[in-house]
Design a protein around this ligand. Structure first.
Ligand code: ZN
Length: 178
């Protein structure tokens, strides 16, 4: 049981695609536990392994009072979209309207290696897309339109956390961050 420091934007691990999990062993179950505890402590609505410096395809979520985790996910996205503010624990304090698919069917495995399917809409769908992006080295600011992305980059450059190395800023749990 250990809460890990959350890596912030600028850390190369966040832009590196993560590797598929091969061994469903004790180490993996500890990783899921560490991710869950770190997410609950933050607090956040989701957390992916690269955010604590582990380059494996694993993430957890806490949406509508339900905890979950998924390993080696593949996603099937709906054509209809949703709008809404989205944040990320790797970008403390920043929220931007980020378009996402409204519904998702995610297939993958639980920490024991059993195949599972997770169906979600709205916030759960948003969390699953956000976390799966993390596993591909994609960050939520990459999903913003050009003008908004420019605004986000300016806010990041002006933020305290980007200019200092004391990453312990707490953020509001409203609609994320993930
Ligand atoms: Zn995130």
């Amino acid at each position: 049981m250990a809460i890990q420091p959350v890596r912030l934007f600028g850390d190369p691990v966040l832009s590196t695609p993560a590797l598929a999990v091969v061994d469903y062993d004790k180490e993996l179950r500890k990783l899921v536990q560490d991710l869950t505890e770190t997410m609950l402590d933050a607090p956040g609505a989701g957390l992916a392994a690269p955010q604590i410096g582990v380059g494996l395809r694993v993430f957890v979520w806490d949406v509508d009072d339900e905890l979950g985790h998924l390993i080696n996910p593949t996603l099937d996205l709906s054509d209809d979209e949703q709008e809404g503010d989205e944040g990320c624990l790797s970008f403390p304090g920043l929220l931007y309207n980020t378009p996402r698919a409204m519904r998702v069917v995610a297939k993958g495995f639980n920490m024991f290696g059993d195949p599972i399917t997770v169906e979600g809409s709205e916030l759960l769908a948003r969390a699953i897309q956000h976390e799966t992006d993390h596993l591909d080295g994609i960050l939520f600011i990459d999903r913003l339109d050009t003008a908004l992305r420019k605004e986000a980059m300016k806010a990041i450059r002006e933020s305290e956390w980007f200019n200092e190395s004391a990453p312990t800023i707490k953020v509001s749990p409203h609609s994320g961050p993930f």
